[in-house]
Design a protein around this ligand. Structure first.
Ligand code: ATP
Length: 373
């Protein structure tokens, strides 16, 4: 693991008035870049060659430092090349990690081979990426989580089987019994002995994704120990084809007979304004998650995160996963800002901008190292 002192040393050499905010051109890069520009930062785009013309097409959200001024990359892992890292450091770059960034570069590489300051707490990536650790984090926080079944023979209700590392819900399936489970496994030609998966109770309700941010600086939002929790907005993912199956009016059995497989692949996001009474339990969930993180991996959760939740008909909220960085669902509120963000900041405050604001506050206070690792 790259030590915090090593990153602090790099940060000390940076020209603080010339800090550049960078990310990989994917996932929430337009949101992050536009937000950083609004906060007065120079921006840099780490971009794969075939994507360059497309990111250039977003005239106002295009990063300032962009190929051909810097090299484009063929594979996201190319940013680990010493020469590329040197270019990033020369530009006084702070990198904002996103879902794609972590998935393509790998959390192990970020922990061990990426000597460029990263916004937030690098340690959190390991707690997010490792399902066992993430479960420990959730259990320690005391939030409600879906029941898990160790063996297929334990299945006694509708369950969802999730594969490790299957980003965006790809390949997940539903099964209500052991027999169902093995039928699905066979169909997918999966060897359950060689594949890592988790079987979770399928919680019925409305999925809600709150856009949370924890700051040691802001003095806005909900005070928790030495920091402040803000919820800037909410979204719901659009998942194909599970969201639309009801339109065909078929039962799960009929669907299977026709050879239609449910799928949870994310194709987009829609805005949600939850009932006002739900804002309180959502803050409470965020508080519990932050407090547990501070105990488990000090200084704990910093910056953007999202407990992925399902709210049942009785308004019980289950957390089935934590994304410990900006989620793509925040894109829906960029650059207008959701009402919740306005109520805290009195101006459009969406996650890309909020991340840049945090870096700005860190520079102004001479405490940048508190929010960068
Ligand atoms: P990502 O890393 O992109 O967040 P993932 O591959 O880790 O995705 P999850 O977010 O855990 O997968 O789940 C994908 C989708 O499956 C969810 O958005 C939700 O629709 C559904 N889902 C997951 N767990 C449950 C559950 N316990 N009950 C009901 N639906 C669930």
């Amino acid at each position: 693991m790259i030590q915090k002192d090593e990153i602090n040393e790099i940060l000390e050499k940076y020209h603080k008035e010339k800090i550049t905010i960078a990310t990989l051109c994917s996932h929430s890069a337009l949101n992050i870049t536009y937000g950083a520009k609004q906060e007065g930062f120079r921006t840099l785009g780490i971009c794969q060659t075939e994507r360059v013309p497309y990111y250039r097409a977003f005239t106002e959200a295009k990063p300032d430092i962009f190929p051909p001024d810097i090299p484009s990359i063929e594979d996201p892992k190319d940013m680990l090349n010493e020469k590329f890292q040197e270019i990033l450091r020369e530009h006084n770059t702070i990198v904002v990690p996103t879902g794609s960034f972590v998935a393509y570069v790998g959390s192990k590489n970020l922990e061990e081979n990426f000597f460029v300051p990263v916004q937030g707490n690098r340690k959190v990536l390991e707690w997010e990426g490792n399902r066992k650790k993430q479960k420990q984090w959730l259990e320690n926080s005391g939030v409600k989580i879906p029941k898990e079944f160790k063996y297929p023979s334990d299945i006694d209700r509708l369950c969802i089987t999730k594969f490790y590392g299957a980003k965006g819900g790809q390949g997940f399936f539903l099964a209500a019994s052991e027999k169902d489970f093995y039928k699905e496994i066979e169909k997918r030609k999966i060897d359950p002995k060689k594949t890592k998966f988790v079987i979770q109770e399928y919680v019925l309700g409305s999925r809600l994704y709150p856009h949370m941010h924890f700051s040691p600086f802001s003095e806005r939002g909900l005070k928790i120990n030495d920091g402040w929790l803000e919820i800037l907005g909410y979204d719901q993912r659009m998942e194909s084809n599970i969201d639309e199956l009801h339109r065909a009016g078929l039962s799960r059995k009929e669907m299977k007979k026709l050879g239609i497989e449910e799928s949870f692949t994310v194709v987009g996001n829609r805005p949600v304004i939850p009932r006002e009474k739900l804002q309180i339990p959502y803050y409470s969930i965020g508080k519990k998650i932050v407090e547990a993180s501070q105990k488990l991996f000090s200084p704990g959760m910093l910056g953007a995160f999202c407990p992925e939740t399902i709210c049942t008909k009785d308004l019980d909220i289950y957390v089935f996963e934590i994304s410990a960085r900006i989620v793509a669902g925040t894109n829906i509120w960029s650059p207008t800002g959701a009402p919740e963000g306005w109520y805290i900041w009195g101006e459009p405050m969406y996650m890309g901008r909020r991340i840049a604001r945090e870096i700005k506050l860190g520079i102004e206070r001479g405490e940048l190292e508190k929010v960068v690792y």
